[in-house]
Design a protein around this ligand. Structure first.
Ligand SMILES: [Zn+2]
Length: 130
């Protein structure tokens, strides 16, 4: 799943649903990694699958996981900004973009309008330079 030193349990990202999850997977049921606690509770996920122990389970670092999640969040944010920029260049309205983002038109314009203004001023600076 995520490289945090050890393999994360399938339910590591669901603390509300699985408060007793031990985070670090100890066994695989098919392709689903589970910690010992979640393996004991398993219902539908992995049911009927033979278990494959994960050799020498290293402890997953929840602090490393925070860093990885933050990196992926930044990557996803950059992807959304790129998609919005492309959508604007393809003539889509702020209202249509806002609808897909689940925010108001004004919020979309405030959040992403600057990225477009930044791209414009970079182009203009480039045009002036050469
Ligand atoms: Zn678990």
């Amino acid at each position: 799943m995520v490289d945090t030193g050890g393999t994360l349990c399938h339910y590591a990202a669901s603390p509300a649903a699985r408060p007793g999850c031990q985070i670090t997977a100890a066994v695989r049921r098919g392709t689903v990694p589970l910690c010992a606690s979640c393996d004991a509770l398993r219902s539908t996920v992995g049911k009927g699958q033979p278990g494959t122990p994960i050799p020498v389970p290293a402890a997953a670092s929840v602090l490393d996981w925070i860093g990885l999640a933050r990196t992926r969040l930044a990557d996803a944010d950059a992807e959304v900004t790129a998609a919005v920029t492309r959508a604007r260049k393809h003539g889509h309205s702020w209202a249509a973009i806002a609808d897909r983002l689940g925010i108001t038109r004004q919020a979309a314009q405030q959040r992403f309008g600057n990225a477009q203004a930044g791209a414009r001023s970079e182009r203009q600076a480039g045009a002036r330079r050469g």
